[in-house]
Design a protein around this ligand. Sequence first.
Ligand code: MG
Length: 291
Amino acid sequence: MYKRALSITVASMFTFIGLAGAHDDMSKPDIRTETRMEKDSKGKEKKILYMFIDGIKVHETDVEKQPLPPVIVAGKESTQAQPGTAPSDAVILFDSTEKSMNNWTDTKGGPTKWKLVAGALESVKKAGYIRTKREFGSCQLHVEWATPKDVKGSSQGRGNSGVFLMGIYEVQVLDSFENVTYADGQAGALYGRAKPLVNAGRGPGVWQSYDIIFHRPIFDDQGKLVKRATFTVLQNGVLIQDHVLLSGGTGWAGPHAASEYKAHGGKGPITLQDHGNPVRYRNIWIRELED
Ligand code: MG
C-alpha cells in the first residue's frame, strides 16, 4: 500500500493547509491530500478535504473548480458504401470533395497529380508521394484505405502505399490478405521496426481503416533524441500496435538493417506514399494532441 500523508491546520478560507505524499516511485500513483477551510453558502466555515491523484483533483463536484471536458459531436461511422464523417473538433484532410484535394500537394509543394475517383483519393503511378499543406506533431489520425480490387503482384508489390506521420514515420499500407511478405513490412507494420500484433486485413478492394495515436519524438537543441515516438494503431477497430516505443526511423535501409532517428522539428506533414499501385484513400481526419 502507498503511504497517504495528511496534515491539518486551521486557517482562513482557501488557505493551503497541508500537503504531503510526494515521491519518485513511478510504479505507484502520487496521492496527495489537502485540507482547506472554506465557507459554505450560508457563510459558515467548513473543513474540506481534497484528494489529488497524479496532480488531478478527484471527485470534485464543483465544476468551477474542476471544469468539464469540452463537448464535441462525434462523427458517423463509415460503411463500405459510404464514408463516415469526422468529429466536430477534427481537422478534415480529405472528405471526398474537390475542395479537400487542395489540402494536399506533391512533395515540391505543387498540386497533387493523384486523382479523385468515385469520392476517393487515388494514388497515381509516378505521381510521387503527396503531403498535407498543414503540419502536425502528436496527433490522433483516422485514415481509410483500399488496395486495388484487381489483384496484381505479390509481397511488397501488391497494393503498397503508406501513411507517414510527420512525413517520416510510416505505417505500412499493403494488400496483406493472403499475400505473404516479411512481418515488419506487412499492412499495419511500423515499417521495418514493428510488426502488427495480428493481421486484421480485409480483402482487396475493401475499405479498411487505421486509427493512429502518435506521440512525436522529441530532440534537444543539440539534436539528441530525448524522447522516442510512440504509436498505438487500430486496424478495422482491432488493436495492432499497442503503445509501441519506436526504436528509430522507418526508412528502408536494406535487409537486417534499419534507419536511425534524425533530428527534426515539432511538426511535419501527413504524407501518403505512391509505391506504384493505385491504392485509394477516403475520410482522412486528424486531431492534434499534447506531446
Ligand atoms: Mg509502403
